[in-house]
Design a protein around this ligand. Structure first.
Ligand SMILES: Nc1ncnc2c1ncn2[C@@H]1O[C@H](COP(=O)(O)OP(=O)(O)OP(=O)(O)O)[C@@H](O)[C@H]1O
Length: 314
């Protein structure tokens, strides 16, 4: 469990983390999302005691990280995958880490197997690809068999196979009952991995909720209707719909009339319905909408110009 309360970090006049409070619970993957510069790494560094908060506090399993007798058994973290000595083989790196932190040497072989590096464990890590380096960083994080795992942008620069591997690893760690916090600026990836989302922008909390709660923040954008009587149904709805888009001989999308109303009208006209599906914005659209004011640099094509409406933006 990670508890962050009123956490704040100033660098001179710049506020990197601004009065942030949230709890990361065990058993689900929690995504820590925000655009570049939102304060994710700074927050994670404060959770690990690597940076001192200007105000507030961060607790790992009930205590500040540095007050645990065996901190690496409490929380394993990947903050900078390049933090290994390039001349040292992966196995030696992990063995040294185990020896200096009182972790059994047997764990070294176990984590090398877990991350798929056993065959290259005696090669110098300096020759590792980006993906292999990430795997070694994750092996270091898991060495102490920790209750809580925290990874900063672990999928950055990985190939699709590496991305899939990390996704499955994170889910299995959470399924074992561990607390898993993983940062990213890519909602598209996290939507497939996480169940809970903590979204920050310019150091401030924007949202702290499950995927279904996030989705429920938007009004349905349209309703998809499939019926063998599509034409008659369209005629029935034409007066109230703001838009009707024909998608096929038996399929169309309606804007401006909700699914309950379409169902009621079809029933009273005795017209059969085969599909009635409200369409909502994707998690990625919602993320872009929520963080659009916190993005420092927009591209020439403004991806924030989405059409859905948030009911309850914070
Ligand atoms: N040591 C530092 N000195 C001064 N400013 C810093 C320092 N570390 C971070 N910052 C600033 O604090 C803000 C938050 O940075 P941070 O790296 O925590 O964001 P982030 O969400 O992890 O972003 P990214 O996704 O780009 O890694 C940024 O504006 C950054 O420039």
């Amino acid at each position: 469990m990670i508890d962050v309360t009123n956490l704040t970090k100033h660098y001179g006049r710049h506020i990197a983390v601004d009065d942030l409070s949230f709890t990361v619970r065990p058993g689900v993957v929690t995504a820590f999302l925000g655009p570049n510069g939102a304060g994710k790494t700074t927050t994670m560094r404060m959770i690990l005691g690597l940076d001192r908060p200007t105000a507030g506090r961060a607790l790992v399993n009930g205590r500040p990280f540095e007050q645990h007798r065996a901190p690496l058994r409490e929380i394993g973290a990947l903050i900078d995958a390049k933090g290994t000595h390039p001349g040292r083989p992966a196995r030696d790196h992990l063995s040294a880490l185990a020896a200096t932190t009182g972790i059994s040497k047997r764990r070294v072989g176990k984590v090398l197997d877990l991350v798929g590096l056993s065959e290259v464990a005696d090669r110098r890590s300096g020759g590792f690809s980006l993906g292999m380096g990430q795997r070694l960083g994750i092996a270091s994080a898991l060495l102490g068999d920790p209750h809580t795992v925290m990874l900063d942008e672990p999928v950055n620069g990985l190939d699709p196979e590496g991305v899939l591997w990390i996704r499955n690893l994170l889910k299995s760690l959470a399924a074992e009952g561990r607390t898993v916090l993983v940062s990213s600026h890519l909602m598209s990836e996290m939507a497939l991995t996480a169940e809970h989302f903590i979204i920050v922008g310019r150091g401030r909390l924007i949202a702290d909720m499950s995927g279904s709660e996030l989705t429920a923040m938007t009004e349905p954008t349209s309703v998809r209707v499939r019926s063998p009587h599509a034409r008659q149904l369209r005629d029935l709805l034409a007066g109230d719909a703001t838009d009707i888009a024909i998608r096929g001989h038996d399929l169309f999308d309606v804007v401006g009339v909700d699914a309950d109303e379409i169902g009621a009208r079809a029933r009273s006209a005795n017209l059969q319905l085969q599909e009635l599906t409200p369409a909502r914005a994707s998690l990625e659209d919602i993320f872009i909408d929520l963080t659009k004011d916190a993005v420092d640099y927009h591209g020439a094509t403004d991806s924030t110009n989405s059409t859905h409406k948030l009911e309850n933006p914070r």
